[in-house]
Design a protein around this ligand. Structure first.
Ligand code: NI
Length: 263
């Protein structure tokens, strides 16, 4: 299996990432994609990929990491150029209105520039999307509007930690995007809406991810998450979809290999 979204590049793992990677291999999670959220963590993801055969990297600026006048696309471009065999996507990028809507215009502008960067290198996108409490789906709708632009036709990617309803999930699938699920699917309060998406999404249209160190699946909820827990997420999805764990493992691994061009 592949953990398509982890952050072993974060401080939380600085002292024991080697053991974490070892445990992941022991649990049949053979590849870990460490996702960048700013320049520092993107560089660290690349470093981990250089150092570990079972790691790959993505490069990108998370919407909550955008600081006024502080985003330099050229530095992200250089990181990709210098590490083309290790960088497998641009991400995580997107829209996050949870804390504040005031930087909406800036978030969109920087998102669009990063999608163009992905196009330049024929890389897929890892999309982060979160709305505010009052209008939880507005950010998803606005993200879809951007992805639908003619100039972005043909671009591929995944809506990570998918948190909207089936109707929005279907719109991503219709655009050729995948969605991905975290340990939230194992939570008692996962919610009918998310479980409906899990049940309805075709087996070959979703990916598995931990989003480590966040969102540890049951029975580790609340603790530091790690890629070795991927089988717990896969098992829950297999139960919900009434298929075998082997089937979920096989198909999601193929989908991840295809999307991220992994050998
Ligand atoms: Ni993440």
């Amino acid at each position: 299996m592949i953990d398509t979204h982890a952050h072993l590049n974060f401080e939380n793992f600085s002292s024991d990432y080697s053991e974490v990677i070892k445990r992941s291999l022991e649990n049949n999670v053979r590849l870990i994609i460490n996702v960048g959220t700013n320049l520092v963590t993107s560089q660290k993801a690349v470093d981990l990929a250089e150092e570990n055969e079972s790691c790959r990297a993505t490069v990108g600026c998370h919407p909550l990491e955008i600081e006024e006048g502080n985003f330099d696309l050229e530095q992200y471009r250089n990181l990709i150029i210098e590490n083309q065999n290790k960088v497998k996507a641009v991400g995580e990028i997107g829209l996050d209105y949870y804390y504040s809507q005031k930087e909406k215009v800036q978030q969109k502008e920087i998102l669009i520039r990063q999608i163009s960067l992905a196009q330049e290198f024929k890389l897929p996108l890892i999309l982060h999307c979160r709305g505010d409490k009052e209008k939880p789906f507005e950010a998803y709708q606005e993200l879809l509007e951007i992805l639908k632009k003619d100039s972005f036709s043909g671009i591929k990617g995944v809506a990570h930690c998918f948190g909207a309803n089936w109707s929005l999930a279907k719109k991503f699938l219709d655009l050729g995007f995948l969605i991905s699920f975290t340990g939230i699917v194992t939570f008692k309060n996962a919610g009918d809406q998310l479980l409906e998406v899990v049940k309805k999404v075709p087996l070959d249209k979703f990916l598995l991810e931990t989003d480590s160190p966040y969102l540890a699946p049951a029975p580790y909820r609340g603790q530091r998450n790690e890629p070795s827990y991927i089988p717990l997420i896969a098992q829950r999805i297999a139960d919900l979809k009434e298929v075998s764990l082997e089937e979920v493992s096989k198909v999601t691994t193929l989908s991840a290999q295809k999307l991220f061009n992994l050998s």
